[in-house]
Design a binder for this molecule. Structure first.
Ligand SMILES: Cc1ncc(COP(=O)(O)O)c(CNOCC(=O)O)c1O
Length: 418
């Protein structure tokens, strides 16, 4: 065929950090502290919910309600009405999607027009950039910056109020935030969210709030939903993930909760792309939320137990990194920890990566030569800022202790020059 086969919208978005580095980790059979997924099973009650769902009769293997399995939209509405203090209508204000990924896709497809500007706070989950490009939107970037040189906590990385305000123009349609943040682990404080909310209200702008790590905060940090701030419910699209909530990333059940006048447009995109999510997995997530509703705030709640376990694993990884002379930026929340590698000198001796950024070269060297997979942090930045932030790599600590021990052994051997 001599004519162009691909659609123009596929241009400039073909590279994908997850495809590249997940394959590299597999090719080299590396200890994988790269992609953000647990290397352990979901808790027993979640697995049992799935088994009960699958054995729950014929209807569990067939289509259910397209915009969300009734039991799931009801459990989400009940649970988050209590969390947000806002009466959420299960049929109007909730859309169940194929992971949070597809909730993001539906948001950008349904709400962003050609030429609309979307403010993206850096570092950002990479698909925000490509999804804005796919709809012909214009990304406008504003980086979180460490307040102090050599900052040791994600809390020190903040937005400049002036710099953020300067990014709003008459063409700004939305801002995307992610709290707790991937890859940094920053948990936005109420004052920071209020600053963003004030600008959204002033400029009549939507807020896409990616909250997939909402239950994973440490050291007393509290997750705050920007949709719960005055004047924000009707302009906020809040995105959640069953995979991240219940350590079942392979189920790919996500959702978006927002005012019905926004959800209705996302339903239009949804019914014209995927139309329906797996019934049994939705039933299982519904049962899990029903359990968590009853146990909310108690020691038996998974939303208490998972952050407690990950708090320990976060400390274990941080100690391991510090013991080999690497300095992590301690995350206030989430699955990940970034490390400043600017003081680490390595002879990459690999022509195949010579034109790549320092962090990409380092991650590929660490995976190929030492057998430890991580993710380069410049993948979470715009081209205009990637150079400023290419001296960090990301480690994932939602892994078995044995996996973290194996990573520690590799790092020790390397740093001892063995
Ligand atoms: C901020 C954020 N939003 C959305 C998603 C997607 O969530 P889901 O799996 O529910 O589609 C993810 C999952 N990230 O996993 C890749 C990685 O960072 O290692 C995410 O981190």
């Amino acid at each position: 065929m001599s004519r162009r086969i691909h659609a123009r919208r596929t241009e400039g978005i073909d590279k994908n950090v997850w495809v590249e580095f997940t394959q590299l980790a597999a090719d080299y059979k590396a200890v994988n502290l790269g992609q953000g997924f647990p290397d352990f099973s979901p808790p027993k009650f979640v697995q049992e919910a799935f088994c009960d769902a699958v054995n729950g009769g014929a209807q569990m293997h067939q289509y259910t309600r397209a915009f969300g399995h009734p039991r799931l939209v009801q459990s989400l509405a009940t649970f988050f009405s209590r969390v947000t203090g806002h009466e959420i209508d299960p049929l109007e204000d909730v859309l169940v999607t194929v992971g949070a990924y597809q909730a993001l896709f539906c948001a950008f497809q349904a709400l962003i027009d050609e030429g609309d500007e979307v403010i993206i706070v850096e570092p950002f989950f990479d698909c925000y950039q490509t999804m804005v490009k796919m709809v012909g939107g214009k990304e406008v970037y504003v980086p979180l910056r460490p307040k102090v040189e050599g900052s040791l906590s994600s809390a020190d990385w903040t937005l400049s109020a002036e710099e953020l305000a300067s990014k709003f123009t008459p063409r700004t349609k939305a801002i995307v935030i992610n709290t707790p943040n991937n890859p940094l682990g920053k948990v936005y404080k109420t004052e920071e969210l209020q600053m963003i909310a004030d600008l959204c209200i002033k400029h009549d702008v939507l807020c896409i709030s990616d909250e997939v790590y909402e239950w994973l905060t440490y050291d007393g940090n509290k997750h705050v939903k920007i949709a719960s701030l005055p004047g924000m419910w009707e302009r906020t699209i809040t995105i959640g993930s069953g995979g991240k909530t219940f350590s079942a990333t392979g189920w790919k059940v996500g959702w978006v909760i927002s005012s019905g006048h926004i959800i209705k447009h996302m339903k239009t995109i949804f019914q014209n792309c995927v139309y329906h999510c797996p019934t049994a997995a939705q039933e299982a997530v519904a049962r899990a939320f029903e359990r968590e509703y009853e146990l909310f705030g108690s020691p038996e709640s998974y939303f208490q137990q998972l952050p407690a376990m990950l708090h320990h694993r976060r400390g274990k990884l941080a100690s391991c990194l510090q013991s080999v002379g690497l300095q992590p930026i301690m995350p206030e929340g989430g699955y990940f920890m970034i490390v400043d590698i600017s003081s680490v000198k390595v002879d990459f001796n690999d022509d195949s990566t010579k034109d790549e950024s320092y962090d990409y070269r380092f991650v590929k060297w660490l995976t190929k030569e030492k057998g430890l997979a991580t993710i380069p942090v410049s993948a979470f930045y715009s081209p205009e800022h990637a150079k400023e932030f290419d001296k960090y790599i990301r480690f994932c600590f939602v892994k078995e202790e044995a996996t973290l021990d194996a990573a520690e052994q590799i790092l020790r051997k390397w740093r001892q020059g063995k």
